[in-house]
Ligand binder design. Structure first.
Ligand code: GDP
Ligand code: IMO
Ligand code: MG
Length: 424
């Protein structure tokens, strides 16, 4: 059985926790997209892990972890992740594979991300400043790209870097008056990266297909969320990869038909970090209540997350384009004690009610959320074990979300711990 876990909103839905739970019954966990812009939290006992590039399965010592070709790898973050786990007694040697075809995020990508955002002022995207967009742009542009496999040919890489850094320095000097970077310094870092990473470099496509044909069970771990997808999200306020489930086959080299189950993760409300439309946003005391109670501050950047009501139009869209089989609904506990809960069930655009999400910024900017309101509950639900033992209003809320999103909700999160999940 192979499955794929993906975010159905704007990221941070709780994918790390869901992957950690499902990894128990998988052999291999795969990150197939995005980069160190991701921050996936896994809590094991008293230990809290924030994973940026390593698959969330890496905290389980018996799982093989794979980073495929569509991931943009920041070697500093990767090596730091490997070392942090090693310090906690969790070794990745002999169980981590990194695609030779994955692209590498280097200093000039992070420099460009920062400079461009600064120069955009109020029009900035609000990126994580991890160099993601510039690295994917170099990949698509081809001529100035560095791939993980280049670490095996350091002499060739050195010449390549001289050309790339010269080009970038001219460009960023002219555009932003930036201080030039040194190709020698970047190359020296690459020598160290190569030493640390060479044991992990592999043909991950061959490995995954060989493993699947031997009957191994693979869990694909999406990063970001469907609404941040470069082609199907709220462009230009998106990330630079196909972060919807549609990115899984191209990102990993494994066709979607080999995946038995697509599990979408959604929060029982909505959050978003960075700029961009958010029709059900509550920039008021409700949003602040959710932010405080749900600890809604970025795992990667520490930025306060924008918070709002559950947007069923947006989640139903992600379910539709993603072929989602079931939903894991996280953070139901965060809503306890609110007197009433609103659900955005439609958008009003130019006087007309729409229930199909318009992934076009001009139309989305006009969208006004149409709400229905359900009564809340006061009880602490964080130790409930059975769905039928939840307060009736909590059960009704979950069932209504299920109706509106047209996907069965099979897991309900009631706290950050591994065991704080109700299975249905
Ligand atoms: P990811 O990027 O999708 O993996 O999500 P993040 O790790 O960025 O953010 C999710 C946050 O919610 C983390 O701090 C988790 O520990 C926490 N979390 C996950 N599920 C639940 C839940 O059901 N209830 C509560 N209260 N917290 C949760
Ligand atoms: P996980 O995997 C939430 C957002 C950024 C910004 C936009 C573009 O933890 O859910 P980028 O740095 O990718 O160019 O930023 O995308 N973003 C995320 N938001 N969770 C994430 O990852 C995100 N990764 C990128 O905040 O709005
Ligand atoms: Mg996150």
């Amino acid at each position: 059985m192979n499955s794929c876990v993906i975010g159905l909103q704007w990221g941070d839905e709780g994918k790390g926790k869901v992957v950690d739970i499902l990894a128990e019954n998988s052999d291999i966990v795969v990150r197939y997209g995005g980069g160190a812009n991701a921050g996936h939290t896994v809590i094991v006992g008293d230990e809290r892990f924030a994973l940026h590039l390593l698959p969330s399965g890496s905290v389980r010592p018996d799982k093989t972890c794979v980073i495929t070709s569509a991931v943009v790898v920041d070697p500093e973050v990767l090596i730091d992740g490997v070392n942090t786990l090693a310090e906690k007694g969790i070794s990745l040697s002999d169980r981590l594979l990194i695609s030779e075809n994955a692209h590498v995020v280097l200093d000039y990508h992070k420099q460009e991300d920062r400079l461009r955002e600064e120069s955009l002022g109020k029009n900035k995207i609000g990126t994580t400043a991890r160099g993601i967009g510039p690295c994917y742009a170099d990949k698509v542009g081809r001529s100035y790209a560095v791939r993980v496999g280049d670490f095996r040919e350091l002499d060739t890489l050195k010449d390549k870097l001289v050309g790339i850094v010269d080009y970038k320095n001219k460009l960023f000097g002219a555009l932003y008056g930036a201080e030039p970077l040194s190709a020698d310094e970047i190359f020296a870092k690459c020598v160290a990266y190569a030493e640390a990473m060479t044991p992990f470099i592999a043909d991950t496509t061959e490995f995954l297909h060989a493993s699947i044909s031997r009957g191994k069970s693979v869990l694909f771990e999406g990063a970001q969320g469907a609404l941040l997808d470069i082609d199907h999200g709220t462009f230009p306020y998106v990330t630079s990869s196909n972060s919807s489930p549609l990115g899984m086959p191209s990102g990993s080299g494994v066709p979607a038909k080999m995946v038995d189950k697509f599990v979408g993760v959604a929060k029982a409300y909505s959050t978003r970090v960075g700029a961009g439309p958010f029709p059900s946003e509550q920039d008021n005391e409700i949003g602040q209540f959710i932010r405080d109670k749900g600890h809604e501050y970025g795992t990667t950047t520490g930025r306060p997350r924008r918070c709002g009501w559950f947007d069923a139009v947006a989640v139903a869209y992600s379910v539709t384009i993603g072929g989602i089989d079931s939903i894991a609904l996280m953070h139901l506990d965060t809503l306890s004690t609110l007197k009433e809960l609103s659900i955005c069930r439609a958008y009003r655009i130019d006087g007309e009610e729409k229930t199909f999400f318009p992934a076009n910024i001009a139309r989305l900017a006009k969208a006004e959320a149409v709400y229905e309101t359900l009564p809340g509950w006061d009880e602490d639900i964080s130790e409930v074990k059975d769905f039928n033992d939840l307060p009736a209003n909590a059960q009704d809320y979950v069932c209504r979300l299920e109706e509106l999103t047209k996907a069965p909700i099979t897991m309900v999160g009631i706290g950050p711990r591994r065991d704080q999940v109700i299975r249905r």
